[in-house]
Write a protein that binds this ligand. Sequence first.
Ligand SMILES: [Zn+2]
Length: 237
Amino acid sequence: MRLPSSLPPLRWLQRHAAGLLRLLYPPQCLGCGAAVPEVHVPLCASCVRRLERPAPATVLDHIRRLSGGERLASAQALWAFDTGGVVQRVQHSLKYGNRPAQGRTLGRWMRHLFPTAHADGGLVVPIPLHRTRHLERGYNQSALLAEGLADALGTSVRSALHRTRATASQTRLSRKQRQANVADAFAVRVPEALSGATVYLIDDVLTTGATLTAAAAALHEADVAAVHVATLAFARS
Ligand SMILES: [Zn+2]
């Protein structure tokens, strides 16, 4: 079959729209504004190199001290949260920027948190948004991270958790109030499907760990073998 030598202008535009957009608005690093190779890459290599990765023991100790979480197998974050800094800009863009491809890239980068993990049938489970909030925003940022991580681990995402009720925004609550706010807020959809599974529980930001601990409790009720927590950012509150 011969390709037509010239395309009608509209078809040509449709075919080259992405390339033209890249030419007019070259994708930029959210950290420093330098050019990045693709729109789905949120940060340039030099910004990534400068970001701090919290020690896994520090993250786990923090959750255990503030929220319990004794049964967590591990807890890690890709980067330390930096109020007003690069990580906050990335997190804000992930949450409100509606750039799903960048969310999945960040999730793939979280693969570095599990250097020894293999495609062992582990399941990647995102912290769900409440239905109302999901409808308002149109997507769940933690689910995008989960998709990227699952892809990189060679396993699958399981939206196993749901919120049993809407919870107040955690931002202005005290630690005690946060724990009360999320207690019993999660339930597992099909508990039998999780029995014996290794679960990677994913959220965007870890503050006190109250949300993750409440979600992990619901997973343990479904008899999972282990819960490994991973978030994009760790905010020492
Ligand atoms: Zn940069």
